[in-house]
Design a protein around this ligand. Structure first.
Ligand code: 5AD
Ligand code: SF4
Length: 439
């Protein structure tokens, strides 16, 4: 979501006449922050310190810093006291107004501004669709915020309550992206499964929305994230069986394999429910790959709880997992819980879990050799090595339905361009990539 927001900011500022510059040459420095884990506040202070040094070394230049996103929302106007150069603090709902605010501040050197209010409705913004996009894939926000208040999580505090975007606006943005050459769309939200189920929703369910997006002309591949297991509807599982352009890949955060810890986390599902979802999904789509998020070292987690997580991971056969040592987040309930786990122990558990995951991911990747897949072409090169400048061979790359990069050898006579959907036979693997040849 932050990557998408940062890209949008860059496009909007380019539209206003600003130019992207290298760090040392830039007069405006924008830090878009995430505070879901670790110590993001400290990273912001370190960056502001660096900008301070740059400003001191260049007293003739008017160097301005802006801090946005979740750390800005969390710390608020107090951030101004940290840095003379800091002149704009914008929260998660303030981003739509940020390009105009930066432009105003650039013309009024003495001024400072904070955009920290939560809006009641999803804030629409001009998507700034590129006519010649560098990538065939695009993100589309479908909602903002979250109502779940999982015990460890800061998101509901820094992104506010859930606000669904109107389905008509989402469809319009998707249509327009496809008309401008995109082939793959990822729908984004903190909990996409509860799309439409809030005061701002217009009655459509997430599955309704997904089916409407999937039917748009020109869409080769559709993805979405993130799903909450408690809200995963049977209709959504069925969509995996009958929407051919829905990618066979789902990110379904498990967080822990221990029912006791899941309850303490406030996740509102148990391992049985999670595994029945996994079975249903694999029945609907036998080639489905699952990925997940795991927190180790949640307060009170003992060796048995951790073992339960490891065995759940094996049973679910995750192709990838994003795993983190628990960290206290200000305001989140778990920060007040007793029985905190020593960080060193959490890191040891994390290393065990990641070692298993690495092996499983390699096994899944290696098993692909010899199989057929489809690739959306992102870019490539022609090799003109022959004396008469004839094309000797072509090498193209793109993504398969699981999101893996595939390098493809293409015969010289074949005409290929970015955005094409091609059939490929997998011939081998790199460390995290695949090699293939055109069918
Ligand atoms: N500590 C560690 N990991 C966390 N996550 C969220 N909050 C915390 C926390 N306090 C992880 C969860 C979530 C992912 C985005 O970040 O696994 O799914
Ligand atoms: Fe955080 Fe839970 Fe909401 Fe996900 S569902 S953003 S983990 S509160």
């Amino acid at each position: 979501m932050n990557v998408n927001d940062s890209d949008w900011l860059a496009r909007s500022l380019t539209d206003l006449g600003y130019i992207e510059a290298a760090y040392a040459d830039a007069d405006i420095h924008i830090l878009n922050t995430c505070s879901v884990r670790d110590k993001p506040e400290n990273k912001v202070y370190t960056e502001l310190g660096q900008i301070r040094l740059l400003a001191k070394a260049n007293p003739q230049r008017d160097i301005m810093a802006c801090v946005g996103g979740c750390v800005a929302q969390q710390v608020g106007e107090k951030l101004f006291a940290r840095s003379k150069e800091l002149r704009l603090v914008f929260g998660t709902d303030g981003i739509a107004a940020t390009p105009a605010a930066i432009d105003m501040l650039a013309q009024n050197p003495g001024q400072k501004l904070a955009l920290l209010d939560f809006s009641k409705e999803f804030t629409e913004r001009d998507p700034k669709i590129l006519s010649a996009p560098a990538s065939p894939s695009a993100f589309v926000n479908i909602m903002q915020g979250c109502d779940n208040f999982c015990a460890y999580c800061i998101v509901p505090f820094v992104r506010g309550r859930q606000k669904s975007r109107a389905a008509a606006a989402i469809l319009q943005e998707c249509r327009s992206l496809l008309e401008h050459g995109r082939r793959e769309i990822t729908l984004l939200g903190q909990n996409v499964n509860s799309f439409g189920q809030d005061a701002q929703g217009d009655g459509s369910s997430f599955t309704d929305l997904l089916r409407q997006v999937a039917a748009l002309p020109g869409l080769a591949r559709l993805r979405f994230m993130t799903s909450h297991p408690k809200d995963m509807a049977p209709e959504l599982i069925a969509a995996f069986a009958d929407l051919p352009n829905l990618a066979p890949r789902l990110h379904l955060p498990l967080q822990s394999g221990s029912d006791r810890i899941l309850k303490a986390m406030g996740r509102k599902y148990d391992l049985r429910r999670y595994m029945s979802l996994v079975r249903g999904l694999r029945e609907a789509r036998p080639d489905l790959q699952l990925s997940t998020d795991i927190i180790v070292g949640f307060p009170g987690e003992d060796e048995e709880d951790f073992e339960a997580t490891l065995s759940a991971m094996q049973e679910a056969d995750f192709a990838a997992s994003f795993s983190f040592a628990y960290s206290d987040r200000p305001g989140a309930r778990a920060s007040q819980m007793p029985d905190k786990i020593p960080h060193k122990l959490a890191l040891q558990r994390l290393a065990r879990l990641q070692a298993w995951q690495d092996k499983n991911a390699s096994r899944i990747l290696e098993a692909r050799t010899g199989s057929d897949t489809t690739v959306i072409i992102e870019g490539g090169s022609l090799k003109n090595e022959m004396p008469d400048n004839a094309v000797a061979h072509q090498s193209w790359h793109g993504k398969d339905p699981y999101g893996f990069s595939v390098n493809i050898a293409v015969p010289p006579e074949r005409h290929i361009q970015a955005g094409d959907l091609v059939n490929v036979r997998i011939t081998g693997t790199g460390r995290h990539t695949l090699k293939g040849e055109l069918e």
